[in-house]
Design a protein around this ligand. Structure first.
Ligand SMILES: C[S@@+](CC[C@H](N)C(=O)[O-])C[C@H]1O[C@@H](n2cnc3c(N)ncnc32)[C@H](O)[C@@H]1O
Length: 267
């Protein structure tokens, strides 16, 4: 993965800078979290197998709200993320809440250098694979950590949604991955588009077939695949609120797929 180091380093700096802004934001509403709010969305809550007593590896956990929410649901959790600031914040929150999740600062592609145990479930969600150049290696890292009979679960923004340029409502990004990252200098973040942050980011598009084939290539059986025409987060410009945890974008009056989810079982 050496040829991607420049991109990983830039994205790590980006997420380090975003972390304090996110942790202080209304979007991530830390007061509600400390008061006991479960940050998982109804999509994954309705699709995940029972978490009670399960061991979970949470990939790209950001500053750990979902990891700690799953611990509060009775699981034993380990979260990994490339951003040292995010992992530091996750550990601070865990300690303040007297919880026990383990957090490890590492690149997804180096998980095998940091963690050698197997888990009942590997979980990853919302805004994750766009930062990754190679899904075959991503799936190899994650699926290698699942026990036989265990599960992989993801809920993620749909690649069709990522084709739109939010500023103009125009289709501006390819659907298929041609191997090259998009390079953009963006201001603000999804929690506040006026936040004082302007940095270069690198991201990749991944089609649905690329994602599914990466998992199938690891011997995983797909047991659930769903698509949704709304986002459970109000995290893009000009989304219309339909109801709680349902925000929608329309192009020419038509809502494209916003989210997909996958549950896969290891043989
Ligand atoms: C959008 S956030 C995940 C959001 C999560 N659903 C949440 O709201 O808390 C994406 C995370 O991926 C992490 N990340 C990006 N590239 C990574 C990589 N190569 N390895 C591990 N983590 C990475 C970032 O540091 C960031 O915390």
């Amino acid at each position: 993965m050496d040829k991607y180091i420049k991109y990983f380093e830039a994205n790590k700096a980006l997420w380090d800078a975003k972390t304090p802004i996110h942790a202080a934001s209304k979007f991530y509403d830390m007061d509600a979290f400390f008061a006991g709010t479960n940050t998982l969305r109804h999509i994954e809550l309705g699709e995940l197998p029972s978490l009670e007593g399960k061991t979970i590896l949470h990939s790209q956990c950001h500053f750990g709200q979902d990891t700690l929410s799953m611990e509060r649901m009775g699981a034993e959790c380990t979260g990994i993320d490339i951003s040292p600031e995010a992992i530091k914040k996750a550990e601070e929150i865990r300690d303040e809440l007297n919880l026990a999740s383990r957090f490890v600062c590492c690149n997804v592609y180096d998980i095998d250098k940091h963690i050698d145990t197997l888990f009942d479930l590997v979980f990853t969600s919302y805004g994750v694979i766009g930062w990754l150049p190679d899904l075959d290696r991503w799936a190899a890292q994650l699926c290698a950590r699942i026990k036989s009979g265990g599960y992989f679960y993801m809920a993620e923004f749909h690649p069709v949604l990522y084709m739109f340029d939010w500023g103009t409502d125009r289709i501006a990004y390819r659907y298929f991955n041609d191997g090259n990252p998009y390079e953009e200098e963006n201001e603000g973040t999804y929690v506040d588009n006026k936040a004082d942050i302007k940095m270069t980011e690198y991201f990749w598009q991944h089609s649905i077939s690329e994602i599914l084939n990466a998992l199938i290539g690891q011997g995983m059986d797909i047991v659930l695949f769903n698509e949704y025409d709304y986002s459970p987060y109000n995290c893009f410009p000009n989304l219309v609120k339909l109801e709680d945890q349902k925000f929608q974008f329309k192009h020419n009056g038509i809502a494209p797929p916003h989210i997909f989810s996958i549950l896969a079982k290891k043989r």
